[in-house]
Design a protein around this ligand. Structure first.
Ligand code: ZN
Length: 217
C-alpha cells in the first residue's frame, strides 16, 4: 500500500477529516476525528475531536504528529501536550511509538493504537477528573530512561541506562559484559538479551549512542 492509498483508506473511514494543502514534507490532515472505544471492563466512549495531523510521506518509518485544534484539551504538560516544543500531543516515547508503528503499519490502525487511547483518556478525565489514565511515559527527552525501563521491565533507571549502552555497542562486545538486570550473569546468556532483539532491529547503534547522550542520569 502506498502512502496515498493509506491516506485514502483513512479518509474513507474518517469522513470528518480532509487533506489540506501543505508546504511541509508530507501530508496534512485536519478535521473531526471520530472514535469509539470501550476497553475490556472500561466504560464506552464515543466522541470526536478537532485534530490536525502531519503524516510524513515516509510513514511508518517516520511517525505522524498530532495536534488538537479545537481548544478542548488544555495546553498543559499534564494533559500530555508538548508545551516546550510545538504543542503537539505527546503520545508516548519514541521507541514505544516505533514499536507500535511496526506492529500497525497502516495509518488507520496506527491512529487507533496511539491517538485513540489518548483521546479516550482525555474523555475519562473530563468526565471524572483525577489523573490521566494513559501511559505516563515520556515528556520528550526526560522520559527516555523511563521508557526503556518500562518497555523492558527493568529494576532501575540505572539498569535502563546500562541497557541503552549495551545497544550502542557491538553485539559481540555487549555479550561479554555483566548483565544490568541483576542476574549476575554475562549479558550474552541472560534472557534480557532476547528482549533487546527488537530494539536492535529498530534502530542503529549510532542512534542509541546519541540517545545515551541525552540521558541525564
Ligand atoms: Zn540478566
Amino acid at each position: 500500500m502506498t502512502i496515498e492509498e493509506d491516506i485514502e483508506a483513512l479518509l474513507d473511514r474518517q469522513q470528518g477529516m480532509s487533506l489540506i494543502p501543505s508546504w511541509d514534507k508530507g501530508f496534512l490532515l485536519a478535521g473531526d476525528y471520530r472514535f469509539q472505544a470501550k476497553p475490556e471492563g472500561g466504560e464506552l466512549v464515543s466522541d470526536q475531536f478537532a485534530i490536525k495531523i502531519l503524516v510524513p510521506a515516509t510513514f511508518p518509518s517516520q511517525l505522524p504528529t498530532f495536534w488538537e485544534v479545537g481548544s478542548r484539551i488544555p495546553k498543559k504538560a499534564n494533559w500530555h501536550i508538548n508545551i516546550k516544543t510545538d504543542c503537539s500531543i505527546c503520545l508516548g516515547g519514541g521507541l514505544s511509538l516505533r514499536l507500535v508503528a511496526r506492529k500497525h503499519p497502516s495509518l488507520t490502525s496506527y491512529f487507533e493504537n496511539t491517538l485513540v487511547p489518548y483521546l479516550y483518556a482525555v474523555c475519562l478525565r473530563e468526565r471524572h477528573g483525577g489523573s490521566f489514565i494513559f501511559s505516563e511515559l515520556s515528556h520528550g527527552e526526560e522520559g527516555l530512561i523511563e521508557e526503556v525501563r518500562d518497555l523492558l521491565v527493568l529494576p532501575s533507571d540505572r539498569a535502563a541506562v546500562a541497557v541503552i549502552r549495551l545497544l550502542s555497542m557491538k553485539k559481540r562486545v555487549a555479550n561479554k559484559i555483566l548483565c544490568p538486570c541483576g542476574c549476575r550473569e554475562r549479558f550474552g546468556i541472560c534472557q534480557l538479551q532476547g528482549k533487546l532483539y527488537n530494539f536492535r532491529s529498530l534502530e542503529t547503534r549510532k542512534f542509541y549512542k546519541g540517545y545515551l547522550q541525552h540521558m541525564r542520569k
